[in-house]
Design a protein around this ligand. Structure first.
Ligand SMILES: Nc1ncnc2c1ncn2[C@@H]1O[C@H](COP(=O)(O)OP(=O)(O)O)[C@@H](O)[C@H]1O
Ligand SMILES: N[C@@H](CCOP(=O)(O)O)C(=O)O
Length: 288
Protein backbone atom coordinates (compact mmCIF):
# COMPACT_ATOMS: atom_id res chain seq x y z
CA UNK A 1 0.00 0.00 0.00
CA UNK A 2 1.19 3.52 -0.82
CA UNK A 3 -0.33 6.62 0.73
CA UNK A 4 0.06 9.65 -1.54
CA UNK A 5 -0.56 13.13 -0.15
CA UNK A 6 -0.27 16.46 -1.98
CA UNK A 7 1.54 19.60 -0.87
CA UNK A 8 -0.51 22.75 -0.35
CA UNK A 9 -0.28 26.49 -0.69
CA UNK A 10 -1.95 28.34 2.18
CA UNK A 11 -3.30 31.85 2.81
CA UNK A 12 -3.56 32.94 -0.87
CA UNK A 13 -2.71 36.40 0.45
CA UNK A 14 -5.51 37.63 2.72
CA UNK A 15 -6.94 34.22 3.68
CA UNK A 16 -4.63 33.86 6.65
CA UNK A 17 -5.16 30.51 8.42
CA UNK A 18 -8.34 29.82 6.43
CA UNK A 19 -7.64 29.45 2.67
CA UNK A 20 -5.50 26.79 1.06
CA UNK A 21 -5.18 24.75 -2.10
CA UNK A 22 -3.66 21.33 -2.76
CA UNK A 23 -0.93 21.38 -5.42
CA UNK A 24 0.69 18.79 -7.66
CA UNK A 25 3.74 17.97 -5.55
CA UNK A 26 3.65 14.79 -3.49
CA UNK A 27 4.72 12.81 -0.44
CA UNK A 28 4.49 9.02 -0.77
CA UNK A 29 4.52 6.64 2.16
CA UNK A 30 4.91 2.99 1.25
CA UNK A 31 4.12 0.32 3.83
CA UNK A 32 6.80 -2.36 3.32
CA UNK A 33 5.93 -4.78 6.13
CA UNK A 34 4.91 -5.25 9.74
CA UNK A 35 8.00 -5.23 11.96
CA UNK A 36 9.09 -5.42 15.60
CA UNK A 37 9.97 -1.70 15.65
CA UNK A 38 9.08 1.40 13.67
CA UNK A 39 11.51 2.06 10.84
CA UNK A 40 11.10 4.92 8.37
CA UNK A 41 13.47 4.81 5.38
CA UNK A 42 14.00 8.17 3.68
CA UNK A 43 16.73 10.56 2.57
CA UNK A 44 15.44 13.78 4.16
CA UNK A 45 18.03 15.45 6.39
CA UNK A 46 17.27 15.82 10.12
CA UNK A 47 14.02 13.86 9.98
CA UNK A 48 13.67 10.96 12.45
CA UNK A 49 13.67 7.37 11.24
CA UNK A 50 11.81 5.93 14.23
CA UNK A 51 8.56 6.51 16.14
CA UNK A 52 9.51 10.20 16.52
CA UNK A 53 8.89 10.71 12.80
CA UNK A 54 5.85 13.00 12.37
CA UNK A 55 4.06 10.44 10.17
CA UNK A 56 4.39 7.70 12.80
CA UNK A 57 3.78 10.08 15.72
CA UNK A 58 0.52 11.20 14.12
CA UNK A 59 -0.55 7.62 13.37
CA UNK A 60 0.12 6.60 16.99
CA UNK A 61 -1.81 9.60 18.32
CA UNK A 62 -4.82 8.65 16.21
CA UNK A 63 -4.50 4.89 16.81
CA UNK A 64 -2.25 4.05 19.78
CA UNK A 65 -2.66 0.31 19.06
CA UNK A 66 -0.81 0.56 15.72
CA UNK A 67 1.67 -2.31 15.29
CA UNK A 68 5.27 -1.34 14.39
CA UNK A 69 5.75 -0.91 10.65
CA UNK A 70 8.61 -0.63 8.21
CA UNK A 71 7.87 2.36 5.94
CA UNK A 72 9.56 3.91 2.94
CA UNK A 73 8.97 7.65 2.43
CA UNK A 74 9.63 9.60 -0.75
CA UNK A 75 8.88 13.29 -0.91
CA UNK A 76 9.19 16.02 -3.52
CA UNK A 77 7.89 18.62 -1.05
CA UNK A 78 10.60 20.96 0.25
CA UNK A 79 10.60 20.95 4.06
CA UNK A 80 9.77 24.14 5.97
CA UNK A 81 9.34 26.15 2.78
CA UNK A 82 5.64 27.09 2.94
CA UNK A 83 4.33 24.18 0.89
CA UNK A 84 2.63 22.35 3.73
CA UNK A 85 5.11 19.48 4.16
CA UNK A 86 4.05 18.98 7.78
CA UNK A 87 0.38 18.69 6.82
CA UNK A 88 1.26 16.16 4.13
CA UNK A 89 3.07 14.07 6.76
CA UNK A 90 0.19 14.45 9.24
CA UNK A 91 -2.38 13.48 6.57
CA UNK A 92 -0.33 10.37 5.75
CA UNK A 93 -0.17 9.45 9.45
CA UNK A 94 -3.95 9.79 9.78
CA UNK A 95 -4.42 7.48 6.76
CA UNK A 96 -2.02 4.94 8.23
CA UNK A 97 -3.98 4.92 11.50
CA UNK A 98 -7.30 4.78 9.67
CA UNK A 99 -6.21 1.82 7.57
CA UNK A 100 -4.51 -0.34 10.22
CA UNK A 101 -6.93 0.59 13.00
CA UNK A 102 -9.96 0.04 10.69
CA UNK A 103 -11.27 3.34 12.07
CA UNK A 104 -13.51 4.22 9.10
CA UNK A 105 -12.87 7.93 9.63
CA UNK A 106 -14.92 10.27 7.45
CA UNK A 107 -13.17 13.07 5.56
CA UNK A 108 -14.64 15.53 8.05
CA UNK A 109 -13.20 13.57 10.98
CA UNK A 110 -9.79 13.38 9.28
CA UNK A 111 -9.75 17.15 8.78
CA UNK A 112 -10.82 17.66 12.38
CA UNK A 113 -8.01 15.45 13.70
CA UNK A 114 -5.40 16.94 11.35
CA UNK A 115 -6.36 20.55 12.07
CA UNK A 116 -6.17 19.90 15.82
CA UNK A 117 -2.61 18.59 15.37
CA UNK A 118 -1.53 21.31 12.90
CA UNK A 119 -3.36 24.13 14.73
CA UNK A 120 -4.96 25.65 11.61
CA UNK A 121 -6.94 24.02 8.79
CA UNK A 122 -5.56 25.89 5.75
CA UNK A 123 -2.95 23.25 4.79
CA UNK A 124 -4.39 20.06 6.21
CA UNK A 125 -7.92 20.49 4.78
CA UNK A 126 -6.85 20.77 1.10
CA UNK A 127 -4.20 18.08 1.62
CA UNK A 128 -6.89 15.66 2.77
CA UNK A 129 -9.77 16.81 0.57
CA UNK A 130 -7.94 18.12 -2.51
CA UNK A 131 -8.85 21.36 -4.27
CA UNK A 132 -9.26 24.89 -2.98
CA UNK A 133 -10.66 24.88 0.54
CA UNK A 134 -11.91 27.59 2.85
CA UNK A 135 -12.17 26.63 6.51
CA UNK A 136 -12.15 27.78 10.10
CA UNK A 137 -12.59 26.59 13.68
CA UNK A 138 -15.73 27.40 15.64
CA UNK A 139 -16.41 25.97 19.12
CA UNK A 140 -13.74 23.31 18.79
CA UNK A 141 -14.81 21.96 15.39
CA UNK A 142 -13.63 22.82 11.89
CA UNK A 143 -15.98 23.82 9.07
CA UNK A 144 -14.66 23.57 5.52
CA UNK A 145 -16.07 24.28 2.09
CA UNK A 146 -14.64 23.56 -1.38
CA UNK A 147 -14.47 26.33 -4.00
CA UNK A 148 -14.29 25.73 -7.78
CA UNK A 149 -10.85 24.58 -8.91
CA UNK A 150 -8.94 27.37 -10.66
CA UNK A 151 -7.24 26.26 -13.88
CA UNK A 152 -4.00 28.27 -13.64
CA UNK A 153 -0.39 27.26 -13.61
CA UNK A 154 1.15 27.81 -10.20
CA UNK A 155 4.77 28.86 -10.32
CA UNK A 156 6.47 28.25 -6.98
CA UNK A 157 9.63 30.30 -6.51
CA UNK A 158 11.51 28.35 -3.83
CA UNK A 159 14.35 30.24 -2.11
CA UNK A 160 17.19 28.07 -0.89
CA UNK A 161 16.73 29.00 2.79
CA UNK A 162 13.96 27.36 4.77
CA UNK A 163 11.55 29.14 7.06
CA UNK A 164 9.90 27.04 9.78
CA UNK A 165 6.26 28.05 10.21
CA UNK A 166 6.84 28.68 13.92
CA UNK A 167 9.62 31.19 13.19
CA UNK A 168 7.51 32.96 10.57
CA UNK A 169 4.51 33.17 12.93
CA UNK A 170 6.70 34.72 15.62
CA UNK A 171 7.11 37.96 13.62
CA UNK A 172 3.33 38.54 13.45
CA UNK A 173 1.77 41.18 15.71
CA UNK A 174 -0.21 40.26 18.83
CA UNK A 175 -2.98 42.73 17.91
CA UNK A 176 -4.39 44.57 14.88
CA UNK A 177 -6.30 47.80 15.17
CA UNK A 178 -10.04 47.65 14.47
CA UNK A 179 -9.91 49.49 11.13
CA UNK A 180 -7.15 47.26 9.74
CA UNK A 181 -8.91 44.11 10.92
CA UNK A 182 -12.25 45.01 9.36
CA UNK A 183 -10.58 46.06 6.11
CA UNK A 184 -8.57 42.81 6.06
CA UNK A 185 -11.72 40.82 6.65
CA UNK A 186 -13.54 42.70 3.84
CA UNK A 187 -10.70 41.95 1.43
CA UNK A 188 -10.73 38.26 2.37
CA UNK A 189 -14.53 38.05 2.11
CA UNK A 190 -14.49 39.58 -1.35
CA UNK A 191 -11.65 37.26 -2.40
CA UNK A 192 -13.66 34.21 -1.35
CA UNK A 193 -16.72 35.46 -3.22
CA UNK A 194 -14.66 36.06 -6.37
CA UNK A 195 -13.15 32.55 -6.15
CA UNK A 196 -16.64 31.07 -6.04
CA UNK A 197 -17.91 33.17 -8.96
CA UNK A 198 -14.60 32.53 -10.75
CA UNK A 199 -13.93 36.22 -11.32
CA UNK A 200 -10.21 35.63 -11.28
CA UNK A 201 -9.07 39.10 -12.34
CA UNK A 202 -10.69 40.46 -9.20
CA UNK A 203 -9.39 37.52 -7.14
CA UNK A 204 -5.85 38.27 -8.32
CA UNK A 205 -6.02 41.89 -7.21
CA UNK A 206 -7.41 40.89 -3.82
CA UNK A 207 -4.80 38.14 -3.33
CA UNK A 208 -2.12 40.84 -3.48
CA UNK A 209 -3.80 43.02 -0.86
CA UNK A 210 -3.31 41.12 2.34
CA UNK A 211 -3.01 43.17 5.53
CA UNK A 212 -2.72 40.30 8.03
CA UNK A 213 0.72 38.79 7.58
CA UNK A 214 2.75 39.51 4.42
CA UNK A 215 4.07 42.93 5.38
CA UNK A 216 5.44 41.51 8.64
CA UNK A 217 7.04 38.58 6.85
CA UNK A 218 8.51 40.53 3.92
CA UNK A 219 11.76 41.06 5.74
CA UNK A 220 12.14 37.29 6.11
CA UNK A 221 11.43 36.76 2.40
CA UNK A 222 12.73 39.87 0.62
CA UNK A 223 12.30 38.23 -2.81
CA UNK A 224 8.49 38.49 -2.48
CA UNK A 225 8.23 42.02 -3.85
CA UNK A 226 10.79 41.39 -6.60
CA UNK A 227 9.01 38.25 -7.84
CA UNK A 228 5.68 40.10 -7.72
CA UNK A 229 7.09 42.92 -9.82
CA UNK A 230 8.35 40.55 -12.52
CA UNK A 231 5.02 38.71 -12.39
CA UNK A 232 3.16 41.95 -13.11
CA UNK A 233 5.36 42.60 -16.13
CA UNK A 234 4.74 39.05 -17.39
CA UNK A 235 0.91 39.03 -17.24
CA UNK A 236 0.55 36.92 -14.09
CA UNK A 237 -2.67 36.96 -12.12
CA UNK A 238 -1.23 37.25 -8.60
CA UNK A 239 1.83 36.59 -6.44
CA UNK A 240 1.71 35.94 -2.69
CA UNK A 241 3.73 34.35 0.09
CA UNK A 242 2.86 30.63 0.08
CA UNK A 243 1.88 29.69 3.64
CA UNK A 244 4.43 31.08 6.04
CA UNK A 245 7.13 31.21 3.30
CA UNK A 246 9.77 30.98 2.11
CA UNK A 247 8.11 29.88 -1.16
CA UNK A 248 6.52 32.63 -3.25
CA UNK A 249 3.55 31.49 -5.33
CA UNK A 250 2.38 33.00 -8.61
CA UNK A 251 -0.88 32.15 -10.38
CA UNK A 252 -0.44 32.59 -14.12
CA UNK A 253 -2.04 31.38 -17.35
CA UNK A 254 -0.18 28.45 -18.94
CA UNK A 255 0.81 30.46 -22.02
CA UNK A 256 2.69 33.06 -19.91
CA UNK A 257 4.74 30.65 -17.79
CA UNK A 258 7.77 30.52 -20.07
CA UNK A 259 8.06 34.31 -20.29
CA UNK A 260 7.69 34.65 -16.53
CA UNK A 261 10.43 32.09 -15.84
CA UNK A 262 12.87 33.82 -18.15
CA UNK A 263 11.87 37.22 -16.68
CA UNK A 264 12.79 35.95 -13.21
CA UNK A 265 16.22 34.85 -14.43
CA UNK A 266 16.80 38.16 -16.22
CA UNK A 267 16.13 40.00 -12.96
CA UNK A 268 18.68 37.86 -11.09
CA UNK A 269 16.02 35.75 -9.37
CA UNK A 270 17.76 32.43 -9.81
CA UNK A 271 16.36 30.19 -7.08
CA UNK A 272 14.56 26.94 -7.88
CA UNK A 273 11.15 27.21 -9.56
CA UNK A 274 8.46 24.54 -9.76
CA UNK A 275 5.61 24.75 -12.25
CA UNK A 276 2.60 23.15 -10.55
CA UNK A 277 -1.14 22.72 -11.01
CA UNK A 278 -3.94 22.55 -8.45
CA UNK A 279 -4.55 18.98 -7.20
CA UNK A 280 -8.20 18.01 -6.88
CA UNK A 281 -7.75 14.56 -5.32
CA UNK A 282 -6.21 15.12 -1.92
CA UNK A 283 -4.88 12.09 -0.07
CA UNK A 284 -5.02 8.86 -2.05
CA UNK A 285 -4.37 5.22 -1.24
CA UNK A 286 -2.72 3.25 -4.00
CA UNK A 287 -3.05 -0.51 -3.48
CA UNK A 288 -0.37 -2.67 -5.07
N1 LIG B 1 7.80 13.75 5.32
C1 LIG B 1 8.00 14.15 6.58
N2 LIG B 1 8.30 13.25 7.52
C2 LIG B 1 8.48 13.64 8.79
N3 LIG B 1 8.40 14.90 9.23
C3 LIG B 1 8.11 15.84 8.34
C4 LIG B 1 7.89 15.53 6.97
N4 LIG B 1 7.61 16.66 6.31
C5 LIG B 1 7.67 17.65 7.23
N5 LIG B 1 7.95 17.17 8.44
C6 LIG B 1 8.13 17.98 9.67
O1 LIG B 1 7.50 19.22 9.50
C7 LIG B 1 8.47 20.29 9.59
C8 LIG B 1 8.16 21.40 8.64
O2 LIG B 1 6.94 21.98 9.03
P1 LIG B 1 6.65 23.52 8.89
O3 LIG B 1 7.72 24.30 9.60
O4 LIG B 1 5.24 23.73 9.32
O5 LIG B 1 6.85 23.82 7.35
P2 LIG B 1 5.97 23.40 6.09
O6 LIG B 1 4.80 22.62 6.58
O7 LIG B 1 5.60 24.71 5.49
O8 LIG B 1 6.88 22.63 5.19
C9 LIG B 1 9.80 19.60 9.27
O9 LIG B 1 10.89 20.31 9.79
C10 LIG B 1 9.60 18.25 9.93
O10 LIG B 1 9.78 18.34 11.32
N1 LIG C 1 -1.60 30.08 7.81
C1 LIG C 1 -0.32 29.52 8.15
C2 LIG C 1 0.10 28.62 7.01
C3 LIG C 1 1.39 27.92 7.23
O1 LIG C 1 1.69 27.18 6.05
P1 LIG C 1 3.08 26.41 5.88
O2 LIG C 1 2.96 25.70 4.56
O3 LIG C 1 4.15 27.44 5.89
O4 LIG C 1 3.19 25.46 7.04
C4 LIG C 1 0.69 30.67 8.33
O5 LIG C 1 0.70 31.55 7.48
O6 LIG C 1 1.40 30.67 9.33
Amino acid sequence: MIIKTPASTANLGPGFDSLGMAVSLYLEVEVLNISDHFQVDHVMPDIPHDENNLIVKTALTVYPGLQPLHLRVKSDIPLAHGLGSSSSAIAAGIELANHFGKLNLSDKEKVQIGAKIEGHPDNIAPTILGGLIIGTEIDNHFDTIKAPLPNFSLVAYVPEYNLPTKKSRNVLPEHLDFKTATHGSAIANTLVASLFTQEYQMAGELMENDVFHEKYRERLVPELLQVREVAHQKHALATYLSGAGSTIMTWIEDEHVKGFLSGLRKHGLKDKTLVLKPDNNGVQIIED
